[in-house]
Design a protein around this ligand. Structure first.
Ligand SMILES: *Cc1c(COP(=O)(O)O)cnc(C)c1O
Length: 413
């Protein structure tokens, strides 16, 4: 959805510099079409097979993005009471919400049950005990899946790999059968599904399919024990192309593989994709403040920083950085850094980029997922604005923070 026309970078039919000039930088821009295309790629590839695509809210939880997906019929995967609140605010259907996460509180569980969410993905027996208790008090029955840890290596960055035995997530798949068995004592719980999620930014789908095989085998054993497991939840995790020559798995091909394997199982499939839906749809627009040179290095100082986009600093991740106007001046190799007082504050290191000068505008690409949601006020910087583009129109879906926002809730004496 991003392309150059007469050397100016466009998102759909909107010239990005018109957005930057109107609302300033840094700002995030999302292509509505790109988000919907990715969601529909998942949804349509399932065909008539029963399925729910639960968008993982944590990847980008802005109301404007959630509302777009809610209108398209998406379900939602949430990990906190705050995300539940957001989904409901955005008009999401509570009956299509699944609640994941390793540390749900009693208050969060109660809110989720009052809202009438579909089910909980549970990660410990203590959690089952808690949900059973809350549901009992409310006179309700809660549907649940155990999130099992299939001990499969997702081959991704260690911080976003979750499916190995020594990770905090899930219940060891070897122990899961016994935990389901013991869950029979909970009068207010129904075992409906088995879930897994082995990591994020997975570029080869083999490990996901391997995890699916292990979960399927477990479901067979559970069914033999009389559990009516009707759903398999394979989590999210499909990667996207961040680097120029990186190839992301094709969503439709991936789903086709899952469908072929599961069609005859009689199971409904649930998926929880986040990054692959919103990641490629977003860019972070930033303006060059200064050029500067040290004896060893060239620096491009921009007005976006690690507080706006922490992925390069946190995961050493690569984001392409391209000019909003191609100026024909050739290339330089530089570190692209922000104003935050940390050596770790960089958007790119030793990167070949366009030969820009102060005042030029840049787009940091593929920043739609785990971008704004991880932003902070570090260095008392105001959090960026967000814009949604739809065709030849654009609108602000989050205003840039003000100084008043910065100190909201603080008490002087
Ligand atoms: C983070 C997460 C997802 C989404 O992962 P992506 O890599 O963004 O697709 C899905 N399910 C669970 C349980 C998660 O923690």
């Amino acid at each position: 959805m991003y392309s150059y026309s007469q050397d100016s970078l466009f998102c759909e039919a909107v010239a990005l510099d018109s957005i930057a000039k109107t609302i300033g930088t840094p700002c995030y821009v999302y292509s509505g079409q790109s988000i919907l295309d990715a969601y529909r790629a998942y949804d349509e590839a399932f065909g008539d097979m029963p399925h729910t695509v639960c968008y993982a809210v944590k990847a980008n939880s802005s109301l404007g993005v959630l509302a777009l997906l809610a209108k398209a019929g998406a379900g939602f995967d949430i990990v906190s009471g705050g995300e539940l609140f957001r989904v409901l605010q955005a008009g999401g259907d509570p009956k299509r919400i699944v609640f994941s996460g390793v540390g749900k509180t009693a208050e969060e569980v109660e809110r989720a049950l009052s809202a009438g969410i579909h089910s909980f993905n549970c990660e410990s027996e203590d959690e089952l005990t808690l949900i059973d208790g809350v549901a009992g008090k409310m006179g309700l029955t809660a549907r649940f899946a155990l999130r099992v840890n299939p001990d499969v290596n997702a081959s991704t960055h260690p911080y976003i790999s979750t499916g190995l035995r020594d990770h905090k997530f899930g219940i060891d798949i070897v122990e899961a059968e016994a935990v389901y068995e013991r869950s029979r004592r909970f009068a207010n719980l129904t075992a409906e599904s088995v879930s897994c999620h082995i990591g994020s930014q997975i570029l080869k789908i083999g490990p996901i399919l391997e995890a699916a095989e292990k979960v399927l085998a477990l479901i067979d054993r559970l069914r033999a024990r009389g559990f009516q497991i009707g759903t398999i939840d394979l989590g999210g995790g499909l990667g996207i192309a961040y680097k120029p020559r990186e190839r992301a798995p094709d969503i439709r091909v991936f789903i086709e593989k899952i469908r072929a394997r599961l069609q005859s199982s009689g199971l409904a499939v649930m998926l929880e994709p986040g990054r692959s839906i919103v990641g490629p749809a977003g860019v972070l627009l930033t303006r060059v403040l200064y050029r500067k040179r040290s004896p060893k290095k060239e620096f491009v100082v921009v007005d976006a920083a690690m507080n706006d986009l922490i992925r390069p600093s946190l995961y050493q991740s690569h984001h392409d950085i391209i000019p909003l106007h191609r100026n024909g001046r050739g290339k330089i190799t530089a570190d692209v850094v922000g104003p935050v007082c940390e050596t770790g504050d960089f958007l790119a290191r030793d990167r070949e980029i366009a030969d820009v000068k102060a005042g030029d505008l840049l787009a940091v690409c593929a920043a739609g997922a785990y971008g704004f949601v991880q932003s902070s006020n570090y260095n008392s910087r105001l959090r960026a604005a967000e814009v949604l583009v739809e065709g030849d129109r654009w609108r602000v879906i989050r205003r840039r923070e003000s100084m008043e926002d910065l100190v909201r809730g603080e008490v002087l004496n």
